[in-house]
Write a new protein. Structure first.
Length: 318
């Protein structure tokens, strides 16, 4: 971030000291020390920046305010961790969605202040030759939490319902077996006293395209692009149909899907934290903190299925 802003400000003729002031101010938004008034005063000392790049100034302030808004919920997540540890409970968080839907950024905000000894982020690559000979769920079960631990799956066994059938990475029988059997598999997890939260991040076509373009241009984020995501952009309608079938068949009473509208990344992150905290059954740190998700951002999988069916009736596709 610093490097890219450097280029912008140097292009506008700002002095090195002014650039340093902007970077220092932008870094402050992640810190708990200064309040917003102190931050504003610090920024306004760099008059060149205020005069020449008001857009950057607004961005710094907005990012600071958003980071501050997340902090009470991040503190609750630490409290949740401690409750799970005391009670010996296990938690699995499943993050699914299209490329550039905001899964990774949300996971980073969730785990930002957590005790690293008691959580793991799992993002498995394509199966090895050995894994192809094993039971499909085996590589995921190896990553399941021990007592007192949270495991966050950045894409999960639901690749069998979304990516694999669209790209032909599995047979029709393998797909059908998964769709028929995953409900029982997840019931077994619940019976083993595991808290399972399944979240699907839904991003619009326009916003996804904007994020892909941004990643192509930014050398610091280009690594996020992968071949599957880029190909999936061209097969969006196929993925939408796969999403519908997945939700229709795997949204159950014991393991429901929660849909996160993620065009607004900050609201998606904030409301994902609320979803996790509201279903966890822990001793809340601040009882006055509202854990109710915003209904404009968070909807149930059942509602999403109904919405998609209504859309299909109107235009002939999901």
């Amino acid at each position: 971030m610093e490097e890219s802003n450097n280029v912008v400000l140097q292009g506008k003729g700002c002095t090195p000291s002014a650039i340093e002031g902007a970077q220092s101010a932008e870094n402050s938004y992640l810190q708990t020390g200064p309040d917003i008034a102190a931050l504003l005063q610090k920024i306004q000392q760099s008059t060149e920046i205020v005069g020449q790049d008001e857009k950057l100034l607004k961005k710094i302030i907005r990012r600071y305010q958003q980071a501050q808004e997340l902090k009470p919920y991040q503190a609750e997540l630490i409290q949740l961790q401690q409750c799970l540890e005391r009670r010996g409970k296990k938690m699995i968080l499943v993050f699914e969605g299209r490329g550039a839907a905001g899964k990774g950024g949300t996971i980073r905000r969730i785990t930002q202040y957590m005790n690293a000894k008691h959580y793991r982020v799992v993002a498995l690559g394509k199966p090895t030759e050995e894994e192809r000979t094993q039971w499909f769920y085996q590589k995921y079960i190896r990553e399941f939490p021990r007592a007192g631990e949270i495991v966050l799956f950045d894409r999960s066994w639901y690749t069998r319902a979304m990516i694999e059938p669209v790209f032909g990475f599995c047979t029709s029988k393998e797909y059908q077996d998964f769709m028929e059997g995953v409900g029982g598999f997840e019931m077994d997890l619940i019976n083993q006293n595991i808290i399972l939260v399944k979240m699907y991040f839904s991003v619009s076509r326009e916003e996804q395209a904007r994020r892909f373009l941004q990643r192509r241009k930014d050398p610091l984020h280009k690594w996020k692009l992968n071949e599957v995501d880029l190909d999936a952009e061209e097969r969006r309608d196929d993925f939408t149909e796969a999403k519908y079938k997945m939700l229709k068949n795997t949204h159950t009473m014991h393991a429901p899907w929660t849909i996160i509208r993620s065009d607004n990344t900050h609201q998606a992150r904030l409301n994902t934290m609320k979803v996790i905290l509201s279903v966890a059954g822990y001793d809340q740190l601040d009882s006055s903190l509202d854990l109710t998700p915003d209904p404009d951002v968070v909807v149930s999988g059942a509602y999403e299925v109904e919405r998609m069916e209504a859309h299909h009736l109107r235009v002939g596709k999901y």
